[in-house]
Design a protein around this ligand. Structure first.
Ligand code: MTE
Length: 322
């Protein structure tokens, strides 16, 4: 008999906050600065999914060290403007992506590690614990958004894996099932599966965040359920979705986009307003929900946290930023 185990982050329906209250309550809490008021509003930090939406609310406490200087992108904007080429090379893939079965889901960690494993996503979440962080996201296509992600530091997964001395890079891979993702079937010219990579040192940076939720719920299919990456100082294509494998390696991984067009999409892909994409400027970005154009910042505003990672790589010049 199947006994349903309550997951550590689940909250009872009656405790969850109705969707419409989510933003308001958070705005109140952000501005309140009064423990009394926060206490009166309760400690539950989840939002309840809309009717027909099967995602569970997630009970994650916000890590106040990761704040924003701009307002959050409304959830419905994020849910309806996505890059997920496995489901099509346009932004309206949300409906098609609902066929993605995010549970059960196995994640493999292999390569140059002391503790290779294949682990169920919910066991991984229980092991890692979760928190909420507010992050910017800057797409290479020059639009931007802000998201309340829920997840855990990539550094924790690296620690669990136990990288061996030779492990310099982590290669990540998205699921590759054409019977689920119609874009894989209809666009055979792309080098599936979607691959991304970063250095072990980058993965250990405080900002590198593995995402399992957003807006108080499990992350939506179209946003990369059940496990995606958030690397806010790099262009969005580095933030790989629906990850099935992490391979620790001594070879620099060649990403999906680099295989397609290395001149436009290099390995490092750090946000820099001074290095234009070969076909457009990166000096400004369009804020997704307002349409406003604002200046783009070096490392997307996260220079203080990440510049030291690249102090000895200045000889790479433009390659650090494409
Ligand atoms: N991951 C996979 N597997 N497939 C993709 O097409 N697109 C990338 C990234 N991760 C992509 C992916 C790009 S270009 C961006 S900007 C972000 O996902 C978009 O994330 P969002 O749809 O949640 O805004």
């Amino acid at each position: 008999m199947l006994i349903k185990k309550k997951r550590s982050w689940e909250i009872a329906e009656r405790e969850a906050t109705p969707e419409g209250v989510y933003m308001n309550r958070r705005q109140i809490m952000a501005g309140a600065g009064a423990i009394g008021l926060a206490g009166a509003l309760g400690t539950v930090r989840g939002a309840f999914a809309a009717p027909g939406d099967e995602r569970l609310a997630m009970n994650a406490v916000r890590n106040e060290a990761f704040q924003l200087d701009r307002e959050l992108t409304p959830e419905d904007v994020n849910l309806n403007y996505n890059n997920f080429y496995e489901f099509g090379s346009h932004k309206e893939i949300a409906k098609d992506a609902q066929v993605l079965e995010a549970r059960p889901w196995q994640v493999t960690i292999d390569g140059l590690v002391d503790n290779p494993t294949t682990i169920d996503i919910d066991d991984l979440i229980s092991k890692m614990g979760i928190e909420e962080r507010l992050y910017r996201h800057r797409c290479v296509e020059a639009w931007s958004m802000t998201v309340p992600w829920i997840g855990f530091p990539f550094a924790k997964l690296v620690e669990m894996a136990g990288p061996q001395a030779g492990a310099k890079y982590i290669r990540m891979e998205t699921f590759n099932d054409p019977s689920v993702a119609r874009g894989i079937k209809t666009q055979p010219w792309y080098p599936w599966p979607y691959i991304e990579g970063l250095t072990v040192e980058e993965a250990q940076n405080d900002l590198a965040f593995l995402v399992v939720g957003a807006y108080g719920k499990q992350v939506a299919d179209q946003m990369g359920a059940p496990l995606r990456l958030a690397l806010p100082w790099k262009y969005g294509f580095k933030s790989i979705k629906s990850i099935v494998k992490f391979t620790f390696t001594n070879e620099r991984p060649i990403s999906f986009w680099e295989q397609l067009q290395a001149r436009e999409y290099a390995f490092w892909a750090n946000v820099n307003p001074k290095v234009p994409h070969p076909r457009w400027t990166q000096a400004t970005e369009r804020v997704l929900h307002t349409g406003e154009r604002v200046p783009t910042l070096l490392f997307n505003g996260y220079e203080e946290q990440v510049a030291s990672l690249y102090a000895d790589k200045q000889d790479l010049g433009d390659l650090l930023y494409r």
